[in-house]
Ligand binder design. Sequence first.
Ligand SMILES: Cc1cc2nc3c(=O)[nH]c(=O)nc-3n(C[C@H](O)[C@H](O)[C@H](O)COP(=O)(O)OP(=O)(O)OC[C@H]3O[C@@H](n4cnc5c(N)ncnc54)[C@H](O)[C@@H]3O)c2cc1C
Ligand code: SF4
Length: 506
Amino acid sequence: MPEDEPVRISVDNNRCHIYGICQQEAPEVFRISEGGSLHYTRSVPAEFAAQARQAVRCCPMQAVSIRGGAGPGGAGGSGIGERRPARPLRSGAAARAGRRRIAVAGGGLAGLSAATRLRERGFDGELVIVGEEPYLPYSRPPLSKQYLAGELAEEQLLFRADEGLDAHWLLDTRVTGLDVHGSALELRGGERLPFDGLVIATGVDAKRLPEAPLFSDRVRTIRTLRDAAAVQRAMHTARAHHVVILGGGFIGCELACTARDHGMDVTLVVHSAPLLRRVLGGQVGAVVGAIQRRAGVDVRLGTEITDWQDHGDTLRLRLSDGQRLDCDFVVLGLGSSPRTEWLRGSGLDVGDGVLCGPTCHAVDEWGRTMPHIVAAGDVARWPNPRFDARPRRVEHLIHAVEMGQHAADALLRGPARAARFAPVPRFWSEQHGTRIQAAGIPALGKDVEVVEGTLRSERFVARYTRPTPYGPQVVAAVAFDMPLELLPYRDQIGHSLPRRTPRRRR
Ligand SMILES: Cc1cc2nc3c(=O)[nH]c(=O)nc-3n(C[C@H](O)[C@H](O)[C@H](O)COP(=O)(O)OP(=O)(O)OC[C@H]3O[C@@H](n4cnc5c(N)ncnc54)[C@H](O)[C@@H]3O)c2cc1C
Ligand code: SF4
């Protein structure tokens, strides 16, 4: 949304980790130098204020502050300005008084982003955000990185953007059901929360392994602050020196980095080969494998754990290749399952997440669009017209911000007038000091071409394409330590490249 007043920004250098997301969101305002330091314009003209504000929302370290301009509270608000006093919530009160109520199920980033956008768009009815965790929304990426390493405290993870929102927060409260036709949420304890509009943003949970000892303190997952605190305690126990990480996705690889930096022996056990193959493809995944090995991580590919024995002070694991591993604890990094258990029986289509149409409106089991229900963030599965008609989920922080915003717009406009949601998904990671930035969906790529730098130098941009009748379509670009060079390739995503025509013989 364009803004008509300049804003002032400042960056807390102690928090900034040079991920470069701000540069991707607002290249006119932020720039990372060749030497790897962040430069930015303190006084941002009105024409770039909206970009700067989006960069603030997408910074996982909450390192950027913004002042001035029109924030969520309206003119004069800062986006992180004063909180207006919240009115006490009485179930059904808004509906009786003829005011409208929008409920948000899930108190994470996507829910926060939707709520903020509703206020920005002038929604002045009642906003009720129901979250199962006892905390206000917080940034999850540092859970496997700076929080685990003890560099960030709990309160530093909280998103500051909820201030000025004038919402009722029902924290520590689980939503247990949805009555679609009666337009009401069912809360733990039996209370009903009627609504006029609903945003579903309940995210995902970390996958568990049925054969792993379910109640052992030595087997952990990492999705919530509480999970991360438990892993942090396990890591900092004086005796703990060996951790096994099961799963070769980004979270597993990042955990390996943090534990290694902490001086632990780390074994990464991965069913497939190479690392990150499903996300980045074999060639680029192999570069991550080389980086991990060089940092001293014991990477075991193409194997899995077949036997678990808790021997009191150690956990003994047997691998499918016959090897035995003794360790202090195991962290599972096996992917995620959408939090839709509370929607079972509601009539919504919840096969692998909440199915949505292109506008983010939820769709029921009979294919009907629900005009008063939208979904956003990790839990939502929708067809991104930039790629094709197949509904997919995307689990990245920037996506939670953007889909929350779009879902809010769509809820206010209704399915007939709402725009289709066609973003370029973007994410980042850091592997032992190498900064990875990605745009698009690399897993859709059939061909990978290194378009800048070289794989060997571990500084490169790789472009992912897939064949279509109109020529190769660019589906993703991934940069290793080349954030600026990524930008032009990011802009190609979803477009077809000209077909290479064979040279004519004279
Ligand atoms: C360890 C870790 C590292 C990550 N690193 C990166 C990274 O480097 N880059 C990146 O782009 N992304 C990363 N992510 C992903 C990113 O954090 C998510 O995409 C983002 O948090 C999704 O936001 P969300 O609001 O959709 O879901 P969530 O943040 O999961 O919020 C959903 C909320 O809803 C609550 N909830 C669920 N069910 C109910 C219910 N029935 N009733 C009430 N409340 C409920 C949950 O408890 C949760 O608080 C990481 C995630 C994790 C866990
Ligand atoms: S996005 Fe990254 S580079 Fe930008 S301020 Fe945040 S941590 Fe620093």
